[in-house]
Design a protein around this ligand. Structure first.
Ligand SMILES: Cc1ncc(COP(=O)(O)O)c(C=O)c1O
Ligand SMILES: N[C@H](C=O)CCC(=O)O
Length: 422
């Protein structure tokens, strides 16, 4: 079947033909068949340089030979036992040695599960009900995270989800990222009832937005003052900027951390972990329940171990410099074309916003021209460049991207931006 035929069939199977909303766009989403290194190929065999990397996890590029070999070995020796395995211990040790605040952890099957359990744990540990999240912060697709959330929630203009009971949304307070006063106001009113503040330390689901003016340090201070827990959602940032968490780069220790994506090397995974005294509250040592048939499964942990063992010896300057060179080139192109554009780069993450004003939070992000971004996406596609299909996602660089990819990408952006200039 060709793309049109496959998509037609998919629409009879899945709502709008997809299994996650951000994968949908008109007229027919690209249907990928395989990928090698920095390139992915659709069912018609068109080649694209990939800057989505499956929304972040594929930091080594696609079909890395060593990772594939380790997964195949695991397939040949059994893929699920429903009991503790050596792989889990190995992966857990690698992560604990690399991320300062994670003393104990639990593996889950996704980032969504990780944040859901971390929030329940924070509530169980503190005996408090309220949580604080940032407007535009994305923590997966469970009830407590789908309040003023980022990612597909903004792309499709759904600030919260139907089906989340009012009683649930009333327990979620929303602050503004990079605006500590908005958080202080919430704490002044509700401080002794707030179980935790959860935030992506670098926002990655409204495009990419970095922290400013000691915002994260102030979050740490205010949560300590009120004996609330601080949760860093490092599902994107964990092992993305360096062989550690973003928390280790900036020297701030959250009480709990969530991870996912890269630590599973492209296989389904999530993790929540942190202080021992908090983690011991988890069942069976404690009374906060958390479980999963596939949690810590041999395949995901094999892929994770292989990926992290390779990453340990990588020089992250390579991907970080690539992103900064691409960012600079995009600044030059858009300034020559007199286009109102903001280019945010954080290490190996990058996004271009069609906006006159700097994008520093949710409100400035949503004032961007998302339709223009969609036109850019379509033009780039024609030129063999695949970026995430929304203004409110982030472009990622992998260790498989090459100088020649960078040159081709800059050429393609030049042509694409010229063609969408009004
Ligand atoms: C910061 C963040 N947290 C949580 C999630 C949820 O992870 P998953 O899609 O694996 O459920 C995502 C991405 O989806 C994310 O970007
Ligand atoms: N923005 C999300 C994750 O970071 C996109 C992943 C998805 O929902 O498919």
């Amino acid at each position: 079947m060709n793309s049109e035929e496959l998509f037609k069939e998919a629409q009879t199977l899945f709502p709008m033909g997809v299994n996650s909303p951000v994968r949908y766009y008109k007229p027919v989403p690209v249907i990928f068949k395989h990928g090698y290194g920095s390139k992915i190929y659709d069912v018609e065999n068109h080649e694209y340089i990939d800057y989505s990397l499956a929304f972040g996890p594929m930091i080594l590029g696609h079909a890395n030979k060593t990772v594939a070999e380790k997964i195949k070995n695991q397939v040949d020796s059994g893929i699920l036992f429903g009991s503790l395995t050596e792989n889990e211990v190995k992966l857990g040790e690698i992560i604990r040695n690399a991320v300062g605040s994670i003393k104990m952890m639990r593996f889950t099957n996704s980032g969504t599960e990780a944040t859901m359990h971390a929030i329940r744990l924070a509530r169980g540990f503190t005996g408090r009900k309220l949580i604080v999240k940032m407007e535009g912060g994305y923590h997966g697709a469970h009830d407590y995270a789908l309040i003023k959330s980022g990612s597909g929630n903004i792309t499709f203009g759904v600030p919260s989800s139907a089906g989340v009971p009012e009683e649930v949304s009333k327990t979620v307070l929303v602050g503004q990222y990079n605006d500590i006063e908005s958080i202080e106001t919430l704490f002044k009113q509700y401080g002794n009832d707030i179980a935790c503040v959860i935030t992506e330390p670098v926002l990655g689901n409204i495009g990419v937005v970095s922290p400013k003016n000691d915002f994260l340090k102030s979050l740490r201070e205010i949560t300590e003052k009120y004996s609330s827990l601080l949760i860093f959602d490092e599902v994107i940032t964990g092992f993305r900027f360096a062989f550690k968490g973003y928390q280790d780069i900036i020297g701030i220790k959250p009480d709990l951390t969530t991870m996912g994506k890269i630590i599973g090397g492209g296989a389904p995974i999530g993790l929540f972990g942190g202080r021992e005294d908090i983690m011991e509250k988890i069942s069976p040592s404690g009374d906060v329940y958390e479980a999963g048939t596939f949690s810590g499964n041999p395949l995901s942990t094999a892929a994770g171990i292989a990926t992290l063992e390779i990453l340990r010896n990588k020089d992250y300057n390579y991907i970080n410099n690539y992103a900064s060179m691409l960012g600079k080139a995009l600044e030059e192109i858009t300034s020559e074309l007199h286009m109102d554009v903001q280019i945010n780069v954080a290490y190996s993450m990058l996004q271009m916003f069609f906006n006159k004003t700097p994008v520093v939070d949710y409100r400035t992000a949503i004032s961007s021209d998302a339709n223009k971004f969609r036109r850019l996406f379509m033009e780039l596609l024609k030129l063999g460049i695949y970026v995430p299909p929304s203004q409110f996602e982030t472009q990622f660089i992998s260790f498989a991207h090459t100088d020649s990819d960078l040159n081709k990408t800059v050429d393609a952006y030049t042509k694409a931006l010229e063609s969408i200039r009004d």
